[in-house]
Write a protein that binds this ligand. Structure first.
Ligand code: XLS
Ligand code: NI
Ligand code: NI
Length: 433
C-alpha cells in the first residue's frame, strides 16, 4: 500500500439521503435495472492518462500536480501503478484503460520502449490477478512525442508510419496479454494543419492501409475484443480526419471495414463536432457500429476539449437512453476520459471527481431505464411514424416516381402538417429526472 490516498476507505452506496461526501447516492453496483445489475450496464473504467500521467498544465502554465511517481524511471512507473490500482479499488471501478506512454517511461530506442512496456504489463497482470480489476481497452499514444507531430499513419514520412505500426502492434499485444476487451484507435494527429502541404488522397490511403493491418493482426492473434475508432473533429490537429461517427462510417465503407470496427464515442468530441452526445450515440446505433463511450463533459463556451468529469444528469439520461436502445454495452463500457481542474491538487479530489461522475451516470441510467420502461417516448415516436407502417406507406419505398405521381393524382393526396410535440416530450423527459 502507498500512503497517497491517506486512508480513504472504499466508497460504498449509502443512498440519496446520505450526507457523506465519500459515498455513492445513486451508484449501487448490484441493484438490478432492467434485468441487469447497474455495474454490468455501466461497466465503469478509469483512464490512466488523466488521473496519473497528466501534470496539470495548460497553454499558459506548467505542472501544478505534485505526484510522487512523476519521473522517468521504472520505479516511478511501478509506484504509479500501485497508486492507480489503489484508486480503482477505492472506487470499485471494474475496469481501467491506458496508452503505452501513460504507463511506461519512453526508452532511448523503440526496443527499449517496448521492453519497458512489457515489464509494466507483467506488473499489471499481477495486480489484475490480485484485485480482479480488468482492462476495458488499451491504445497507443501516437500523438504526444514530437515524432508524431505530422501524423502517425498519415505522416508524409514512411518511417513514421512504420514506427507507428510497430507501436500499435506492441500495444495490441499488451492488450491481448491483459485480456483487454477492446483496442482503441484515436487519431489526434491524423489530419492536417494546412492543405498547402498536405496530400489528402495519400493520407486517406495510408490510414486505410493501417486500419486494415490492425484488423488483420487482430484476427491473426485471435483477439476476441472489438477494434474501436474514437472520432474527434479537431484538437490537437486543426482538421482531423475522423471528424464524427458519420464521417468515420464513410471511411470504413470505403475500405470495406464497416463490419470490423466500431465506435468509441466521447461526449466532449461530440460537442466539438457540433453534435449532441446522444446524436453520435444514436447515429452509431443506426449504422450498427456502436461500441463504447468515453464519458466526460465539455465546456459549452470554450471551443476545445475540456475533459471535465460529467455531472449533467439530464444530458446523461438522454445518452444512456440511446445506449439502452442500442441494447447496452457488449465489449464496451463507460470510460471516464476526464481530468481534474488544475487547481484540484489533492488526492481526495481524484476520488471525489470519480464518485460524482459515477453517481451522475447511475442517475442518468436509472432515468433512461424508467423512460424506456414506461414507453411513452417510444409510443409518441412510433405514433409520429405510424403512416409508414401501413401497406401504402411501406409500398412507397420500393416503387418509382411515375407510379407515385399517378397515385398522388388519383388519391388527391394533400398532406396536413401535424405538431412535432417537442415541448410535450421535453416536459415528459423531465418527469423522470
Ligand atoms: C483525446 C482522446 C484520447 C483518447 C485515447 O481527446 O479522448 O484521450 O480517448 O487516445
Ligand atoms: Ni478527448
Ligand atoms: Ni477519449
Amino acid at each position: 500500500m502507498t500512503d497517497f490516498f491517506k486512508g480513504i476507505p472504499a466508497i460504498k452506496y449509502e443512498g440519496p439521503a446520505s450526507d457523506n461526501d465519500f459515498a455513492f447516492r445513486h451508484y449501487n453496483p448490484d441493484e438490478v435495472v432492467m434485468g441487469k445489475p447497474m455495474k454490468d450496464h455501466l461497466r465503469f473504467a478509469a483512464a490512466y492518462w488523466h488521473s496519473f500521467a497528466w501534470p496539470g498544465g495548460d497553454p499558459f502554465g506548467g505542472q501544478t500536480f505534485d505526484r510522487p511517481w512523476f519521473g522517468d524511471s521504472m520505479d516511478a512507473a511501478r509506484m504509479k501503478a500501485d497508486v492507480a490500482f489503489e484508486m480503482f479499488q477505492i472506487l470499485g471501478v471494474p475496469y481501467f484503460c491506458f496508452h503505452d506512454a501513460d504507463v511506461r517511461p519512453e526508452g532511448a530506442t523503440f526496443a527499449e520502449s517496448t521492453a519497458n512496456l512489457e515489464a509494466i504489463v507483467d506488473y499489471f497482470a499481477e495486480k489484475m490477478d490480485q484485485t480482479g480489476i480488468k482492462l476495458l481497452w488499451g491504445t497507443a499514444n501516437l500523438f504526444s512525442h514530437k515524432r508524431f507531430m505530422s501524423g502517425a499513419a498519415t505522416n508524409p514520412d514512411p518511417d513514421v508510419f512504420a514506427y507507428s505500426a510497430a507501436t500499435i502492434k506492441t500495444c495490441m499485444d499488451a492488450t491481448m496479454k491483459l485480456g483487454g476487451e477492446n483496442y482503441v484507435l484515436w487519431g489526434g494527429r491524423e489530419g492536417y494543419e494546412t492543405l498547402l502541404n498536405t496530400d489528402m488522397g495519400r493520407e486517406r490511403q495510408q490510414a486505410g492501409a493501417m486500419l486494415q493491418m490492425v484488423v488483420d493482426y487482430k484476427h491473426k492473434m485471435g483477439f476476441k475484443g472489438a477494434i474501436l475508432i474514437e472520432p474527434k473533429p479537431q484538437e490537437p490537429t486543426k482538421h482531423q480526419y475522423d471528424y464524427d461517427v458519420a464521417t468515420v462510417y464513410g471511411f470504413l465503407k470505403d475500405f470495406g471495414l464497416e463490419d470490423e470496427v466500431q465506435m468509441n464515442i466521447e461526449q466532449g468530441h461530440a460537442i466539438l463536432a457540433g453534435h449532441s452526445f446522444e446524436h453520435e450515440l444514436a447515429m452509431a446505433r443506426e449504422l450498427g457500429i456502436f461500441g463504447s463511450i468515453d464519458m466526460n463533459r465539455n465546456d459549452y463556451q470554450s471551443g476545445w476539449d475540456t475533459d471535465q468529469f460529467p455531472n449533467n444528469v439530464p444530458e446523461m439520461a438522454l445518452a444512456y437512453y440511446e445506449v439502452l436502445r442500442a441494447g447496452g454495452f457488449t465489449t464496451g463500457g463507460t470510460n471516464f476520459d476526464a481530468k481534474l481542474r488544475r487547481q484540484s491538487l489533492d488526492a481526495e479530489d481524484l476520488i471525489l471527481a470519480h464518485v460524482g461522475g459515477m453517481d451522475a451516470c447511475a442517475s442518468g441510467l436509472k432515468a433512461a431505464a424508467a423512460m424506456l420502461r414506461d414507453g411513452k417516448l417510444e409510443a409518441a415516436r412510433n405514433d409520429r411514424y405510424a403512416g409508414w407502417d401501413t401497406a401504402d406507406g411501406k409500398a412507397l419505398l420500393s416503387t418509382d416516381l411515375d407510379s407515385i405521381m399517378a397515385k398522388v393524382l388519383a388519391d388527391n393526396t394533400n398532406p396536413e402538417p401535424r405538431s412535432g410535440r417537442q415541448e410535450r416530450l421535453e416536459n415528459l423527459v423531465n418527469r423522470y429526472l
